[in-house]
Design a binder for this molecule. Structure first.
Ligand code: ARG
Length: 396
């Protein structure tokens, strides 16, 4: 091995890993930092990487790519894992892995390393992405190699190697933040009966404390992609930021679940996903007036598959390419606007319209007799009922 590119966050784990890699393998280590909208002091992280012994630091802003090529396709699919999790971390891993590979190539590395532990999904996602994008690169997962058992061992090692650890007593849970969500797991959350401690949520207003006045927002989609809020055209990054700010203010997008990890463990996860939560409701509302019924129903099944493949780390797998292309093909007519009402944590659709809608008020109206001739409706039901009349379940 000549040189290792490490996916570095500036936290305790990856700082220890940086020093440990140099000590264990005796090669230079490039610290790679992806800006996925985690809202941290990236200059400070850069400094810290150098101070911890990185030979180089590569910082890549992948926010636009993340939202445009990963988050919005998942939105088009209405992808939700186990009925609740909008996949904020799972969607970010492949884009980080891709940028890590690019950084490794640019700096002459023949190996990549990550700080994901041996029990979680993230190790799978990183490594399956690297397998698909750069099978020649060696992957090092220190958490599966070293003998440190947990935090206490890391702190000791950090102290011995003069690695800066945050002076504030560290939060009692593991956090992953990006432009889509903040996730919390571990520590006191490991007891699934215990509610999240007060003050844990860093982003969204507690719904009980949210404004007493509701907010309304119009979300416009063009061919399945959100393009404007309240009629103002916005870039993907701007649009999600704006949706996040609005949702967060009104306490939208908190979720508390026990989920099934790909590795087989059940894990308690708490999420706040303000913007994507409201965008997804708006997207479904626009789909409700623009999608053919059979396409819509078929898509429901694909949404489950999409979520599962993202969650399990198969973003760059051939079946996922097929699925993404199929979802994209369903969206050509998903153009229109949904009006949402946000109030104390709840999102309600209160209006939807489309220039290309399939909804026909005159056809469905209670006030007219057009479109379906009464004899046709009667015949339709008679034929549907034929089978049932042959095997009745008499009542009374
Ligand atoms: N349970 C979620 C997932 O698997 C969130 C993981 C958060 N990762 C982390 N390293 N804290 O997608």
């Amino acid at each position: 091995m000549k040189k290792i590119a490490l996916a570095y966050s500036g936290g305790l784990d990856t700082s220890v890993i940086l020093a440990w890699l140099r000590e264990t393998y005796g090669v230079p280590v490039v610290a790679f930092v992806a800006d996925v909208g985690q809202n941290e002091d990236l200059a400070a992280i850069h400094e810290k990487a150098l101070a911890t012994g990185a030979s180089d630091v590569v910082l890549t802003d992948v926010r636009e790519e993340f939202i445009r090529d990963y988050v919005f396709p998942a939105l088009a699919a209405n992808a939700v894992y186990e009925g609740a999790y909008l996949l904020g971390t799972a969607l970010a891993r492949p884009v980080i892995a891709k940028a890590l590979v690019t950084a490794a190539r640019a700096t002459g590395c023949d190996a990549v390393a990550h700080g994901a532990t041996g029990k979680g999904n993230d190790q799978v996602r990183f490594e399956l992405a690297v397998a698909a994008l750069a099978p020649d690169l060696r992957v090092i997962a220190p958490w599966r190699e070293w003998s440190f058992a947990g935090r206490q061992d890391l702190l000791l090692y950090a102290e011995k190697h003069g690695i800066l650890v945050p002076v504030t007593p560290d939060k009692p849970y593991s956090i992953d933040a990006n432009a889509v969500h903040i996730s919390y797991e571990g520590g006191i959350l490991e007891d699934p009966w215990q509610p999240p401690p007060p003050g844990m949520f860093r982003w969204t207003t507690d719904p009980e404390q949210a404004p007493d006045e509701p907010a309304f927002v119009d979300v416009t989609f063009e061919a399945g992609r959100p393009t404007a809020l309240d009629g103002e055209l916005l870039s993907p990054v701007q649009l999600l930021e704006r949706a996040n700010a609005l949702g967060a203010r009104h306490g939208v997008g908190r979720v508390d679940i026990v989920e099934n990890r790909f590795t087989g463990l059940k894990s308690r996860g708490v999420y706040e996903t303000p913007g994507l939560t409201l965008l997804m409701q708006a997207h479904r509302a626009v789909e409700s007036i623009t999608l053919d019924r059979e396409v819509a129903h078929f898509k429901e099944a694909l949404a489950l598959k999409f979520a599962e493949l993202v969650y399990n780390g198969f973003w760059f797998a051939p079946e996922m390419e097929l699925l993404r292309a199929t979802i994209a093909q369903t969206q050509w007519n998903v153009t229109g606007t949904a009006r949402l009402k946000l109030y104390k944590g709840a999102v309600q659709v209160v209006g939807r319209k489309s220039p290309a809608g399939l909804y026909d008020a005159a056809a469905v109206s209670f006030e007219t007799r057009t479109q379906i001739a009464p004899a046709d409706a009667g015949g339709f039901i008679a034929v549907q009922g034929m089978r049932l009349r042959r095997q009745t379940r008499p009542v009374g």
